[in-house]
Write a protein that binds this ligand. Structure first.
Ligand code: ATP
Length: 323
């Protein structure tokens, strides 16, 4: 399997090497190649991503992605949004699990307010929230497939205010009924509070693009913060795995970032792309072992550096693969 490794910017340079090492230990059969995109590249070449970079990403079986810092350029188009659109990575899967809860947030990844249809004029600005039947049906089907092996679908929306969410909600309900999946619906603002108060009530949560982005950052509170949450961006042909967090410029270069989200993204790559559930479980168990020894990065109240935490996880994985 060929894996494109995009560190990107900021803490991407610190956490992605840890995730890559975990994959190298577990899967010596994988081939890795770097692709450089992001703010650093923009500073050097005036372009954050070239057509050749996109072709390189297309040539991979899976992409392990860090995070990109947004360049200060009004004409700049987000690299990750471009990649999601070009590779048609329409399903953003964000698992959030902890003691007593096991949630998967399924976020539509190509439409809504990230449509790119927007303009700024002198006295007004406008972004079009575009939601299509095709886009809603396929993300709803994806969520229903995940529910099948789980309990219930919750459709998060704001249909009491937004016509585009009436459209989205109705299509999601029709798909859930067709798939014979138990479902309920919830206003997204109420959901953001309730998920914190009663996380055990939730199983698979389905939303459009921006609401999914927001509710997953809210849900990060349940597991100790953004340093813990992984994600998979899946399409019918391509797949990209990245931490939910961004490039965190405020802590970049200090070797204090938490590499768990990146490690879990590598685990998702194994289970969703390589059908290697054993390898994915090994990464999660190794993380739990290291946390149980009280080794934690600063965001979790500890003093371990990114490399110290990473080394412990890699040592644990190497020990397991020898036995
Ligand atoms: P971006 O625009 O790239 O999303 P951001 O700074 O708005 O960047 P994040 O990069 O997600 O958003 O960071 C939000 C906060 O969470 C920051 O204070 C950051 O330091 C913290 N944070 C994010 N990821 C981690 C991590 N892996 N370990 C520790 N702290 C993190």
């Amino acid at each position: 399997m060929k894996i494109a490794v995009v560190e990107g910017d900021g803490i991407g340079h610190e956490v992605i090497p840890v995730a890559r090492r975990a994959l190298e230990v577990l899967r010596p059969d994988f081939e890795f190649f770097p692709v450089e995109v992001g703010y650093g590249k923009w500073q050097r070449c005036g372009q954050a991503m070239t057509e050749e970079d996109m072709e390189a990403l297309k040539s991979a079986d899976a992409i392990l992605f860090g995070a990109i810092t947004t360049p200060p350029d009004p004409d700049y188009r987000s690299v990750i949004v471009q990649i999601r659109k070009t590779l048609d990575l329409y399903a953003n899967i964000r698992p959030v699990s902890g003691k007593g809860f096991d949630i998967i947030i399924v976020r539509e990844n190509t439409e809504g307010l990230y449509s790119g249809m927007e303009k700024i004029e002198k006295d007004s600005a406008c972004t079009v929230r575009c939601i299509t039947r095709k886009g809603s049906e396929r993300i709803a089907r994806c969520a229903c497939r995940l529910v099948k092996s789980r309990r219930e679908l919750t459709i998060g929306h704001k249909a009491n205010v937004l016509k585009s969410d009436v459209f989205f909600r109705d299509i999601c309900i029709a798909e859930a009924q067709r798939a014979n999946v138990p479902f309920r619906e919830c206003y997204i603002d109420a959901l953001c509070l309730d998920i914190l108060q009663h996380p055990e009530k939730y199983d698979v949560i389905l939303t459009e693009n921006m609401f999914g982005d927001i509710v997953s950052d809210v849900a990060a509170f349940l597991v100790g913060g953004l340093g813990m949450l992984p994600s998979g961006n899946l399409g019918d042909r391509y797949a990209l795995f990245e931490p939910v967090h961004g490039s965190a410029p405020d802590i970049a270069g200090r070797n204090i970032a938490n590499p768990v989200a990146a490690l879990r993204s590598a685990a998702m790559l194994l289970s969703y792309r390589a059908n290697d559930r054993t390898g994915a479980a090994a990464i999660e168990e190794a993380i739990q072992q290291v946390l149980a020894r009280g080794i934690r990065t600063k965001d979790l109240g500890g003093s371990a550096t990114t490399t110290e935490f990473g080394d412990q996880v890699i040592r644990e994985l190497a020990r397991r693969s020898r036995t």
